[in-house]
Design a protein around this ligand. Sequence first.
Ligand code: AMP
Length: 470
Amino acid sequence: MSQEIQFADLGLAEPLLRAIADAGYTRPTPIQAQAIPQVMQGGDLLAGAQTGTGKTAGFTLPILHLLNAKPITVKPGHPRVLILVPTRELAAQVEESVRTYGKYLKIRSMVMFGGVGITPQIDRLKKPVEILVATPGRLLDHVGQKTLDLSGIEILVLDEADRMLDMGFIRDIKKVLALLPKQRQNLLFSATFSDEIRELAEGLLHNPGFVEVARRNTAAESVQQTAHLVAQSHKRDLMSHLIKQHKWEQVLIFTRTKHGANRLAEKLNKDGIPAMAIHGNKSQSARTKALAQFKDGDIPVLVATDIAARGLDIDQLPQVVNFELPNVPEDYVHRIGRTGRAGASGAAISLVDNEEVKLLKAIEKLIKKEIPLTPAEGFTPPKKSEPEAPRPPRPQGKPRAQSKASDADHKHGERNARHDRPQHPRPNTPAKNNPARQNQKSKPRMSEAARNQAKPQPALFNPKPVGRKR
Ligand code: AMP
């Protein structure tokens, strides 16, 4: 059983065990117990795991072990390992993990992403680097400028591959793959297993080993989940009320749009609640600063869009709020997975406007659990609420698919913005007392866009055997 396996049983080099002990880890997480031995054997791997499972150490530790066991002199700009990730934050975190676990080894790493100056990266590439963690667009910029040569890559990791595809990186990924030597080890990590991921895995992996850890939706059972039915135009007031009422000291709030994140942070600050927003339009340094302040407990509220929050390593968050329900039910699972990590308990509250009730139903179907809609205790909606700005309908089509986003336009290319739209304030009453909700079936109030969002989504990770025979 993985619970009984110790790090010492995995055959990792002693300097790695020391770094693990320094990090305070007592035993491997299930994904680590399964993935580390397989990666150390040198084969390809298909892994179903999400942020929060310890997956980063699951591939970082055996990679460091392999490089350490087979040292070679690398030329500047010729890395041995490429770890491709969807977002800048994840890139920074993964590279930090490489440094944390590799601190007693002579293995050099570098992180590379867009939205920041390219010159320091070019300068860094003039020195040898073994492990490169990168987002696809900036990586290709470097290859184009001939500051980077991928012909020496021995190990490729695609981390959060499903998210990379969601963000439109498939063409960039294919371009990167074409630059790599044929003989190499491939590791693919994905939280979900859509047809697109299956296709990618089939083209990429050779006789892969397969590991999977508990789906987030089962892990999420430890998270106490509730929802309040509230008009969109009252949500900001309710948010202030909830934070004050519960005296929350650390709450991560998800909004669907960057504009919505800004407006909410402004409103909370106005009400005396220090809050910061992070999203794709914020500079990298602003995002890093906000995250650090939130993690250190200097600001109690962080408002984030899904993509900005993706991959954020915030442990054991006590409280998550969905200011709006996500378009894709799986994103709900990702969001609430930030609470109750490492067995700690957590709570997730969703603010649900009438138009979002169908999204709530889709989420309940996915997690196979009812999320009770309760009235927000002690909240009286203000008589005069701020008018919502007009909101154009969401683009039609497949909800998850996005147009291609390079790193540069990824800065502006988070999920298609749903601008605020006019709302009709409705009393904050539970479903059974709420005629508007009771009538939902006979008289759908959902916008075309919301209907689109509520369409069935690909199942969570559920792979059949993939991979070509060598
Ligand atoms: P990840 O899923 O890779 O984003 O990791 C989530 C968090 O788990 C990070 O803060 C890691 O530092 C932490 N972590 C990773 N492995 C272990 C372990 N074996 N024991 C305790 N915490 C861990």
